[in-house]
Design a protein around this ligand. Structure first.
Ligand code: DP6
Length: 401
């Protein structure tokens, strides 16, 4: 009998993505369908990732989930939507009724899920995107689902569908009311632009005031600028951005990334009551980037900000050291001097007096807590070492070492 196999366990990892053409606003709250297409860069999992284990067993009596070591309510509507959708796809793939189930796991078995992030949750670092992409990918592996997972991830968090692929990814908004054409697609793989680097300037690791879901809902209801953006601005920007990525044109890519971030934050201010995700440090970083570029006479670095004050900086490998030195000059690290830089190694670089003068800012000690240096990375991965599982043979979280 197929159902003799007691337990199936799968562990996968998924990346964070950062949008360069932003998603902000839904046309369908339930199905999580956006009012405009968006485009993102997948960040490398060596620096930031979610790891998820799913275990299925005939002995489990209920579905359960643990996030970052804490038991959470599996009844949350978005988790339920993902679970329903994956079980639906699995059933469809097995050809309807599962009387004579050919696979070892029955769809009626309950699932235990454990998920951990290796970065601060809800700090504006897109933890929900990595989290739901990882949930969708891991559940697909455990249930043997091979179809497109955009809908599963999207029902968890819109931006999560873009974390299903590595490299440069577009989420096509689609037109259908049922959302079947609202899917993520890879525009270029992670190997496409090897010189591209990403610096995350962590300004605040605290939980944000207005979550994305509620924030964008208020924007859709009240901001005429957001409607204008979705209808008249984003379609052309999507085409332009895809072109810049394909051509590896940093000048074009960087400028459009900054403009789109600025327009997203302008729609937040146009929302009533207004939403502000940027703080004084964020605005100082914006000035620093523009002055750095003006000094060089070209776009050498670009910023983008999501629903929080942390900056994500794009640049090329030959500029990283000088820009980091400029950041340290303007935001002298407070106490953790040696732990200020995490991730990829960054060498020291001299700052010319001309550049120091061009930056023209009074130093703000401690304004930036730390920097994570990373690059473009691949999509979700399945780990095949059993020790990677976050749940033990009993289906419960392993004690943390
Ligand atoms: C500013 O995907 O977190 O990061 O679909 O309601 O879960 P929900 O929202 P979410 O919104 C992300 C908004 C953004 C821009 C982006 O990633 O495109």
């Amino acid at each position: 009998m197929a159902s003799e196999k007691p337990l199936v366990a799968v562990t996968c990892t998924a990346p964070v993505n950062i949008a360069v053409i932003k998603y902000w606003g839904k046309r369908d709250e339930e199905l999580i369908l956006p009012i405009n297409s968006s485009l993102s860069v997948t960040l490398h999992q060596d620096q930031l990732k979610t790891t998820t284990t799913a275990v299925i067993s005939k002995d489990f009596t209920e579905d359960q989930i643990w996030i970052n070591g804490r038991k959470e309510d599996i009844g949350q509507p978005r988790i339920q939507a993902c679970l329903r959708q994956i079980r639906h796809l699995a059933r469809k793939q097995r050809g309807g009724e599962e009387e004579e189930d050919p696979l070892p796991v029955s769809l009626s078995y309950k699932v235990h899920i454990a998920s951990v992030n290796d970065f601060p949750t809800a700090a504006g670092l897109a933890s929900s995107a990595a989290g739901y992409a990882c949930l969708a990918y891991t559940l697909a592996r455990v249930y043997g689902v091979e179809s497109d997972l955009s809908e599963v991830a999207r029902r968890g968090s819109g931006s999560a569908c873009r974390s299903l692929y590595g490299g440069f990814v577009e989420w096509q908004m689609g037109e259908r009311a049922d959302g079947k054409d609202s899917v993520a697609r890879q525009v270029a793989p992670e190997s496409h632009w090897p010189e591209l680097r990403v610096l995350i300037l962590v300004v605040s690791a605290e939980k944000k005031l207005t979550g994305s879901t509620v924030g964008m809902q208020t924007s859709v209801e009240t901001s005429p600028l957001l409607r204008f953006r979705a209808e008249a601005v984003v379609p052309a920007r999507m085409a332009e951005m895809i072109h810049y990525v394909k051509e590896r044109n940093f000048e074009g890519f960087g400028q459009l990334t900054m403009k789109d971030s600025n327009q997203f934050h302008a729609t937040c201010l146009d929302t009533f009551p207004p939403i502000s995700y940027l703080n004084d440090t964020s605005r100082h970083i914006i000035h620093l980037v523009h002055r750095f570029n003006a000094h060089h006479g070209q776009t050498k670095v670009a910023y983008t900000f999501d629903a929080g004050p942390n900056a994500v900086i794009f640049t090329l490998d030959d500029t990283v050291a000088e820009f980091v030195a400029a950041v340290k000059h303007c935001f002298p690290p407070e106490s953790n001097g040696d732990r200020f830089l995490k991730g990829l190694p960054v060498g020291p670089a001299p700052l010319s007096d001309e550049l120091k003068a061009a930056l023209g800012m009074d130093p703000t000690p401690g304004g930036i807590k730390y920097i994570i240096a990373t690059q473009v990375g691949p999509g979700p991965q399945m780990l095949d070492q059993p020790h990677a599982h976050l749940l033990g043979p009993d289906g419960l979280p392993k004690p943390v070492a």
